[in-house]
Design a protein around this ligand. Structure first.
Ligand code: DC
Length: 214
């Protein structure tokens, strides 16, 4: 059976870096589930559509993505901007959009496209909803200031001018929406191991996860 490791947590908690490093270490497939919501968001931004005002189109975009998805779509650098992240959080609050994308995520998790023996999923609801029977579940946190600082430094290193206060405010807003929505909110699975990365670097976070694998 395919081994599945879920890594959920709020924005800039370090879960993406960790999940990617873990997948590489184990030879597993890395599935960035946030990128799937970001693909829907990018398409709506390109069409200037508000998901709250035109839910039918948002669901149609998600349905189309579910049938046409290829893993190289996740490499689109346009997906990484903060405006796409905010829009992804808005589309992700719509239950019908989530329904349209769930099977895609489960199918990829259980049938790793790289032929690996397992998958590492990074997201918000991977351990609670997408793969509740995962082999290992982790929930990654870090205090808000540390997360905003990481995000700010990431933007600056990519040559994108940013204001720390604004990064912090937008991150808070996105996390609040992701935590408080009714459909699959951001929360640790009851059997997840919670790791606070506020005082850990990437290598230490990976080491902690490896020590806790079944
Ligand atoms: O992990 P990320 O920043 O790329 O995710 C972008 C948004 O997508 C996030 O704010 C909420 C949504 N998301 C979700 O609702 N469920 C997931 N499993 C992954 C992401």
């Amino acid at each position: 059976m395919t081994k599945i490791i879920t890594i959920d947590g709020p924005a800039a908690s370090g879960k993406g870096t960790l999940a990617r490093a873990l997948a590489e270490h184990l030879g597993y497939f890395y599935l960035d589930t946030g990128a799937i919501y970001r693909l829907v968001a990018l398409s709506l931004l390109d069409r200037e559509i508000s998901p709250e005002d035109d839910e039918d189109t948002a669901v149609m975009v998600a349905d189309t993505l579910a049938t046409s998805f290829t893993t190289d779509m996740m490499n689109n650098s346009k997906l990484r901007s903060d405006s796409v992240g905010q829009m992804a959080s808005r589309v992700a609050a719509l239950p019908k959009v989530r329904d349209a994308l769930q099977n895609l995520q489960r199918t990829l998790a259980n049938n790793p496209p790289n032929g690996g023996a397992g998958s590492v999923l990074d997201g918000r609801d991977c351990g609670t909803v997408i793969c509740p029977d995962a082999t290992n579940k982790f929930f990654i946190t870090a205090n808000t200031e540390v997360r905003a600082r990481r995000r700010y430094e990431e933007l600056m290193s990519r040559g994108i001018e940013a204001d720390y206060r604004q990064v912090l405010a937008e991150m808070d807003q996105r996390d609040k929406r992701d935590r408080e929505r009714e459909a699959s909110p951001l929360k640790p699975a009851s059997d997840a191991i919670v790791i606070d990365t506020s005082d850990l670097d990437a290598a230490q976070a990976l080491h902690t996860v490896l020590e806790n694998l079944n």
